[in-house]
Design a protein around this ligand. Structure first.
Ligand code: SF4
Length: 431
């Protein structure tokens, strides 16, 4: 085990367990659990560790990583020792930083899957951590491995994507889209070697680019494939497979799968422990992490979980208005935050639902960076020097429509926009 690299602590660092990141509410320790698989016993141990050494809360990241918040410089050594004993630490921070692999969340449990990708994911992670030439990859460079089953990942912020095909091979896509022309194909045993060759090609060709998608646009797929020794690209993944990204009572074949969300993806230690108990007593003994910030409990039915859901204010209704708002931690939890965000977002959750039938209707951001929702929303509120700016139909960093509103004014403005959105075409015509 390596000691945590506290000499690397600085704001904005892509964090890990060995390289925590400073935030407004303490250090953030990110755990990359292979395949997003969280055994119930480990979840109980982590919940206890987060209570003892952190602020008693977790985030589930958009890359299906579990993040312990509120750790201090004093508690970090004890937390690190505990995590090491639990076997969730890498040997070094450089290897940990490139071990960015997202997998189909029910890998190995989904009867509709074309193959069990768990060994593929483990082998890819091993290659990334042990091949030091790959440690030069940018911090956000990521991989996805999909099993072709009933729980597709949809579009993702990754750089290389391996999608299982009916012939038992993998189609390789550059960037985050779940469809489009492919870089090439490889069999399951070759995924680590092929991923390494493509990553090396990226490093050789990248120029100013830090992600594969812009490089693919600039250089073309053929150049990248040839540099990686894959030959001329041929074919496409033609059928888009959007993610089944809402909570609720799902199924994998005959087996129930409860998908649970938490408000803003923030989970208390007590909620994680309670869900771990359910997974152990009623399910398969595992929780699965998803990049759409739901936890999956294979084998657990809604009826088994009703008391736990109510006790911890969790979300299992796909129409819950809280799913329509995105908000980062904002001030004071994030030191870059220029105003509070989450309470305001919750106050406007019903309006957010009116602003978008599905997806995010309202995004409240603590600053123009827009961490909680990089895309556009019908309405975005951006805190600035304690007041709020309004962006209509854009992203947090886009041009504002109204500026310098106080809280009451921004609430009134959003309510008015939501009321307008809720009017029928006939009502609009009569006005
Ligand atoms: S968007 Fe939010 S979380 Fe991201 S830096 Fe700004 S205030 Fe912090």
């Amino acid at each position: 085990m390596s000691a945590p690299a506290t000499d690397h602590l600085r704001k904005g660092w892509c964090p890990g367990a060995l390289r925590p990141m400073e935030t407004g509410d303490g250090l953030l320790v990110r755990l990359r659990l292979t395949g997003g698989i969280l055994p119930a016993a480990l979840a109980l141990d982590l919940a206890d560790a987060a209570r003892r050494y952190g602020g008693g809360a977790f985030d589930l990241s958009a890359r299906a990583n579990l993040q312990i918040r509120g750790v201090t410089a004093e508690t970090l050594p004890d937390l690190t020792e505990r995590l090491s004993a639990l076997g969730v630490l890498d040997d070094d921070a450089a290897g940990e930083a490139v071990r960015n692999v997202i997998a189909s969340p029910l890998a190995g449990l989904d009867p509709a899957a074309l193959l069990d990708i768990r060994p593929v994911v483990a082998a890819l992670e091993h290659r990334l951590t042990t091949d030091t030439a790959l440690h030069a990859l940018p911090g956000k460079f990521g991989f996805a491995v999909e099993d072709g089953g009933a729980f597709p990942l949809g579009d993702l912020s990754v750089d290389l994507r391996f999608v299982a095909q009916p012939d038992g091979r993998f189609a390789i896509l550059a960037g985050g889209r779940c469809e489009g022309p492919i870089l090439g194909r490889c069999d399951a045993e070759s995924v680590p070697e092929t991923a390494a060759a493509l990553a090396r090609a990226f490093l050789a060709l990248r120029g100013p680019h830090r992600r594969m998608e812009p490089l693919a646009k600039d250089a073309g797929l053929a150049t990248i494939a040839t540099a990686a020794g894959l030959g001329t690209p041929d074919g496409a993944v033609a059928s888009p497979r959007p993610a089944a990204s809402v909570p609720g009572n799902l199924h994998a074949g005959e087996r129930p799968v409860l998908a649970v969300a938490a408000t803003f993806g923030r989970w208390s230690s007590d909620a994680i422990a309670a869900l771990a108990g359910l997974a152990r007593d009623k399910g398969t003994g595992e929780l699965r992490l998803t990049p759409w910030r739901c936890l999956l409990l294979p084998g657990v039915a809604m009826a088994d979980a009703a008391d736990t859901v109510a006790a911890h204010d969790l979300i299992v209704d796909p129409w819950d208005p809280r799913l329509s708002v995105a908000a980062c931690a904002g001030a004071p939890a994030c030191s870059s935050g220029e105003g509070p965000t989450r309470e305001l977002a919750l106050d406007l959750a019903l309006e957010a639902r009116l602003l978008a039938v599905s997806g995010t209707g309202l995004h409240v951001s603590g600053c123009p960076k827009g961490c909680a929702h990089p895309g556009a929303s019908p309405v975005t509120i951006v805190a600035r020097r304690g007041l709020y700016d309004l962006v209509i139909g854009g992203r947090a960093g886009d041009g504002t429509t109204r500026e310098g509103l106080d809280r009451a004014s921004v609430v009134a403005a959003v309510r008015s926009l939501a009321a307008e959105a809720a009017r029928t075409p006939q009502e609009r015509g009569r006005a």
